[in-house]
Design a protein around this ligand. Structure first.
Ligand code: SAM
Length: 239
């Protein structure tokens, strides 16, 4: 079996089923019990989701379009996708995350709506690591998951996700630039109690090379940056 960073994957699974689940559920939610840093990350991440929705909807309606949301977390992207009529297959390595996503989707998509004929299609949620995903989707999206992959493993992950996509692949990752690398090193000197996993930054050139090797090219690029949240967003299409 493929191991992320030699056993890292087990650590990541364990983290996102326990401490990481509690931490990220709060950040991705809308309650007030977040600190300044968490609030800033919430804002940055919601901008990423917004940008992805804009990227996808400006190319045409999502009604009936199949989308794979790999590493779906609590469903921040799956739910708005379903609202636009997309047929969403959402999966995550963490059973806690998937259960939470399922619960939130049920609430946000169906609660208080009497006319079920206008109801969106409930995303199909599954506990699965993205290495074992299969099938074909019009669009594959993988947001803020690459941070758990060293570049040596990210290449294979990118190739695998590309093999599942027919038309579009959207990825976000923490960019490796001199400045962010420095910030990350400083952050590592003062690790918070709930930041238990390693974080990997990725150089855009490395991601682009991995896409090219898989026969894909970058069509759009964006950068989302707040004080504590940095994400490079990339839309790739078959070359
Ligand atoms: N994509 C979601 C979003 O943007 O709202 C969640 C992002 S969260 C920072 C990272 C997620 O990736 C976690 O839910 C974690 O469980 C999941 N994850 C990490 N490694 C994974 C893997 N190998 N396969 C599937 N999911 C994974």
């Amino acid at each position: 079996a493929e191991e992320v960073g030699g056993g890292d994957k087990e650590v990541v699974r364990e983290y996102f089923n326990n401490n990481g689940f509690q931490r990220w559920k709060k950040i991705y939610g809308d309650t007030d019990d977040v600190n300044k840093v968490q609030l800033d990350i919430r804002l940055g991440h919601s901008k990423t989701v917004e940008n992805v929705m804009k990227m996808l909807t400006e190319e045409g309606s999502l009604q009936g379009v199949t989308v794979c949301d790999a590493g779906c977390g609590t469903g921040c992207l799956s739910i708005p996708l379903a609202k636009e009529g997309a047929l969403v297959s959402a999966s995550d390595i963490s059973a806690s995350m998937v259960a939470e996503a399922q619960k939130q989707a049920q609430e946000e998509l169906f609660k208080g709506k009497d006319d079920q004929s206008l109801a969106p299609v409930m995303p199909k949620f599954e506990v699965k690591d993205l290495e074992s995903l299969d099938g074909k989707y019009d669009t594959v999206v993988c947001l803020d998951v690459m941070i758990h992959y060293p570049q040596s493993k990210a290449d294979g992950m990118i190739a695998h996700l590309a093999s599942l996509a027919e038309n579009r692949l959207i990825l976000s990752f923490a960019p490796k630039t001199f400045y962010y690398d420095l910030l990350k090193r400083i952050g590592e000197l003062f690790p918070g109690p709930s930041k238990a996993t390693r974080a990997y930054l990725h150089a855009e050139a490395d991601v682009e090379r991995a896409l090219q090797k898989a026969g894909w090219k970058i069509k759009k690029r964006g950068l989302i940056a707040t004080q504590f949240y940095f994400a490079k967003l990339i839309e790739a299409v078959p070359a």
